[in-house]
Design a protein around this ligand. Structure first.
Ligand code: C2E
Ligand code: CA
Ligand code: CA
Length: 463
């Protein structure tokens, strides 16, 4: 892999730069505001320093009540020898990179996450937004994916790599300092495996392991017997004053463990090869829903299905969709595939081919969770994308923050210029909705209009 390239900005690079700029700006507004004294701050980035981060972690863990199920994660990131660039490009290139990296990571944070600079080339994130290893891993993968984009320090372009270690608090481990050190040690071990690796601190959490194994074993039967089922969440059009479409989301009601989050079981399905059958089940479900919609006289209604990258990139995907389309009466129906931003970093030639084939079948392609880290403007112009689903993190606090509104508007203007539809996800409050409504021409999906519900309930809300 290429780690360093020296070049002057050719024009086509500018679009990547613009998107990076937008995301790095956004980063500043996502972090929890922590007021810092000089002894607690890293002077270069103004982030909390190592000792203060450990202090914050200790506080967080001691204040989390026993009955509070929230787990705290510590994500430890170390970049690979940034100072090596100094010899060639000037003595402070590493400092400039550190500042840019801090903005980039900040742009990926979720509400109340705290980012700190805990060493020369080290950052740490404290978060309570991940309840499972899987969700923390998805987040860590986003960080790695974000590093596949270059960093610019005029007139050079740099590629950096990192190693990540993650520890999650548990009943067995709720000491802040130990959690911090465990993540650092894990990062150190994984560093030996090469670039851009992620690893977890393995605690002796047997019950977690047992549960994962059991879920993997139970998954095929659950897809078959209906323990895994689908719910619908409406997409509301302000212009038309009605729901114009819905997203299909999976649910798993496990006989022993109760409701399992899709973030957990989708990952298990991907790892165990069951994501294909689950996607087929989703297509069959959509086909049934179109029949119900037709019977109820509801026309011009779209159904969006989540397509995991494992499925999208499988060699038989297009054939499978063609088969399903003709045999399950999906021709002429408004069907959309939602794909994740991170899918775009895969084998581009094949990806472009697959996406074009999908569009040939009149199936829309929606870029899911837009703005959570990876997608650059370049891809929007290159790939046949029909809609952007702006991630809920953009919408949060929109009403309180003028700068966020400006960024939000910039994304919408850009989509319009490219003739890409916009759907805003996660609209929960009237205030958030009002801002979106004012802009006009955007569909909204969020708890304010519709929670994900079973098909019969959803149909009732339409009629
Ligand atoms: P996603 O595709 O981004 O789906 C939107 C998620 O946001 C859903 O979570 C939905 O319930 C939640 N949501 C909707 N409105 C709001 C809101 O106003 N506020 C907040 N805070 N959240 C809202 P859910 O159902 O837990 O799904 C999580 C993820 O699991 C999905 O994220 C999707 O990536 C994946 N997933 C779910 N079902 C499937 C599936 O059948 N196939 C695949 N491949 N992935 C799926
Ligand atoms: Ca989705
Ligand atoms: Ca989404």
């Amino acid at each position: 892999m290429l780690f360093l390239k020296n070049l002057f900005y050719p024009l086509h690079i500018n679009s990547i730069f613009v998107s990076f700029f937008i995301f790095s700006l956004l980063g500043h507004y996502k972090m929890e505001k922590v007021s810092l004294q000089a002894t607690q701050t890293d002077l270069l980035t103004n982030l909390p320093n190592r000792s203060y981060m450990i202090e914050l972690l200790e506080k967080k863990l001691s204040s989390s009540k026993k009955e509070d199920q929230k787990r705290t994660s510590l994500i430890f990131i170390e970049f690979d020898d940034l100072s090596r660039f100094n010899e060639t490009f000037g003595f402070d290139i590493d400092d400039k990179l550190i500042v840019q990296l801090s903005h980039k990571i900040a742009s990926l944070l979720e509400t109340n996450d705290i980012l700190a600079r805990v060493g020369n080339e080290q950052f740490a994130i404290m978060s309570q937004n991940f309840h499972t290893e899987e969700s923390a891993e998805i987040f860590a993968k986003r960080i790695i994916a974000a590093l596949y984009e270059p960093f610019f320090i005029d007139p050079n372009m740099f590629y950096v790599s990192a190693s990540i270690g993650i520890s999650l608090s548990s009943a067995d481990e709720n000491n802040g300092y130990r959690l911090f050190k465990a993540a650092e040690n894990t990062m150190r071990k994984v560093q030996k495996d090469g670039k851009n690796h992620i690893a977890f601190t393995r605690q002796k959490d047997k019950s977690y392991l047992e549960k994962s194994i059991r879920l993997m074993e139970d998954l095929p039967a659950a897809i078959e017997n209906g323990d895994i089922y689908f719910v619908y969440q409406g997409q509301y059009s302000h212009d038309k004053h009605r729901f114009e479409g819905a997203e299909l989301l999976s649910r798993w009601e496990h006989p022993k463990y109760g409701e399992i989050s899709p973030e957990t079981f989708i990952l298990i399905a991907e790892q165990s090869g069951m994501i294909g059958p689950l996607t087929i089940k989703a297509l069959i479900e959509a086909s049934k829903m179109f029949v119900h919609l037709e019977a109820a006289g509801i026309k011009d209604f779209s159904i969006s299905i989540n397509i995991s990258s494992v499925v999208l990139m499988a060699s038989d995907f297009i054939e499978t969709v063609q088969f399903m389309r003709s045999n399950y009466n999906l021709v002429g129906k408004k069907l959309n595939f939602e794909i994740m931003e991170e899918t775009l970093i895969q084998n581009t030639d094949h990806l472009v081919h697959v996406l074009e084939k999908i569009r040939e079948m009149d199936i829309g392609i929606e870029l899911d969770d837009y703005g959570t880290g990876y997608a650059s403007l370049k891809y929007l112009a290159l790939l046949p994308i029909s809609a952007l689903k702006i991630d809920k993190s953009y919408v949060r606090d929109l009403n309180r923050d003028i700068k966020r509104q400006a960024l939000f508007q910039a994304i919408i203007d850009m989509s319009r210029a490219l003739d890409i539809e916009v759907i805003v996800e996660g609209v929960e409050s009237v205030l958030e909705d009002d801002i979106v409504k004012k802009i006009g021409g955007i569909k909204v999906q969020g708890y304010l209009y519709s929670e994900p519900v079973k098909s019969d309930i959803f149909l009732n809300t339409l009629e």
